[in-house]
Design a protein around this ligand. Structure first.
Ligand code: HEC
Length: 125
């Protein structure tokens, strides 16, 4: 019984520390997608457009500050900020639905690149 409680306690601690994020999606990204170049990288207008798109589509789960909410992960972690633009673009296209991250393949590709430019513009926190 004690051991069960301890295991449950550890599971709760892991959840408390920013949600039970799985991150196995990263290993699924094909090399060509990983290396794809963001046509909008660092462009102020595209970043501003990405912010508006993020607030419409992503903030409900990841927070307006991207720090995560209600057990959904922060996007300002070393893993997300250290991912290539191509990896993030791939995730937005494919989603990771089994783990609660929807696909955004219905958004046009330029909009997905703008969102990636915005996410990366913020850096780690
Ligand atoms: C319905 C809630 C929801 C919405 C809306 C949503 N996400 Fe997510 N997202 C998640 C969840 C849950 C995960 C964690 C998946 C996992 O366990 O790896 C996630 C994971 C991610 C990750 C990977 C985080 C990591 O550490 O591996 C990124 C990047 C991401 N989302 C970006 C976005 C962007 C950009 C949008 C808007 C286009 C968005 N998400 C919209 C729920 C959501």
């Amino acid at each position: 019984m004690r051991r069960v409680l301890r295991v449950a306690g550890l599971a709760l601690m892991t959840l408390g520390a920013g949600g039970a994020v799985n991150q196995k999606w990263l290993a699924k990204v094909p090399a060509a997608d990983r290396a794809a170049v963001n046509p909008y990288r660092g462009q102020a207008e595209a970043i501003a457009a990405g912010q508006r798109l993020f607030e419409d589509h992503c903030a409900a789960c990841h927070g307006k500050d991207l720090l995560g909410r209600h057990g959904k992960p922060s996007l300002r972690t070393p893993v997300v900020q250290g991912a290539t633009d191509g990896e993030l673009f791939w995730l937005l296209k494919n989603g990771y639905q089994r783990h609660g991250m929807p696909s955004w393949s219905n958004l046009p590709a330029p909009e997905r690149w703008q969102i990636v430019a915005y996410v990366k513009s913020l850096g780690q926190k």
